[in-house]
Design a protein around this ligand. Structure first.
Ligand code: DX5
Ligand code: ZN
Length: 226
């Protein structure tokens, strides 16, 4: 089953509750929360209070993507705030193994990711330790960027590597995903699609129509591969 993880970075924050209720009513059960600190990436977004508030009001799986310089310090705090999955970047200059361990210790699923310019094999040392691998298909930092086509090859390589090692870790892909490329991303091996602008800020905010377009595209891929 392919899952969608809508990124609230592109949602209308004044109407966040409405946006979340609408994706939920379409059967989506995961929410992608992009945390940026203005240091690891140039942009600043959300912090712990938002995750706590989301936790209080929704049963959706909170998929927190940390784009921050000190995930070792903050990852456990995001778990305490209510995150279900906490993904950290292998590029952060920290004790990656310890941090992944602390995410699990606090009770969430640890995830690892890298930017498009980082060699794929930087992920390999952590594959046995994580419950999700995120392939960035844009440079982390902003919503609304174009999908980088060479990401497809990286997804295929990662998928192969995982199956060669008998690992059943879901592959999530993040950045520039919409109905026009969802099929190729799934055919390459993605299990979870993050989508921000193609859900929240396309077609005058027709969230239900945008989700339908994405799920239709995914269904075509599944029909083709099955
Ligand atoms: C980018 C973020 C993405 C972003 C995706 O740094 O990690 O999650 O919200 O947005 P779209 O789908 O608009 O590329
Ligand atoms: Zn993200």
């Amino acid at each position: 089953m392919i899952r969608l993880s809508p990124s609230i970075l592109s949602a209308d924050l004044y109407c966040l509750r409405d946006g979340i209720d609408r994706v939920r009513s379409c059967g989506v059960d995961m929410l992608h929360v992009d945390v940026m600190d203005g240091h690891f990436v140039p942009n600043i977004t959300f912090g712990l209070p938002l995750v706590s508030s989301l936790r209080k009001h929704t049963d959706m799986e909170l998929d927190v993507h940390l784009m921050i310089s000190d995930p070792a310090k903050y990852a456990p705090l995001f778990v305490k705030a209510g995150a279900d999955i906490v993904t950290i970047h292998a590029e952060s200059q920290i004790e990656t193994r310890e941090t992944l361990r602390s995410i699990r210790y606090e009770g969430a699923k640890p995830g690892i990711t890298i930017n498009p310019n980082t060699p794929l094999d930087s992920l390999f040392p952590y594959l046995e330790q994580v419950e999700q691998v995120l392939v960035m298909s844009v440079q982390a930092g902003f919503g609304g960027q174009s999908f980088i086509p060479s990401s497809l090859k990286r997804i295929r390589e990662l998928s192969l590597r995982l199956s060669e090692n008998g690992l059943k870790v879901p592959i999530e892909v993040d950045g520039g995903i919409g109905p026009q490329n969802a099929m190729s991303v799934v055919e390459a091996g993605a299990d979870i699609l993050v989508a921000g602008s193609s859900i929240f800020s396309t077609n005058d905010g027709d969230i239900e129509g945008n989700i339908r377009a994405l799920t239709d595209a995914v269904r075509q891929a599944r029909n083709r591969t099955s």
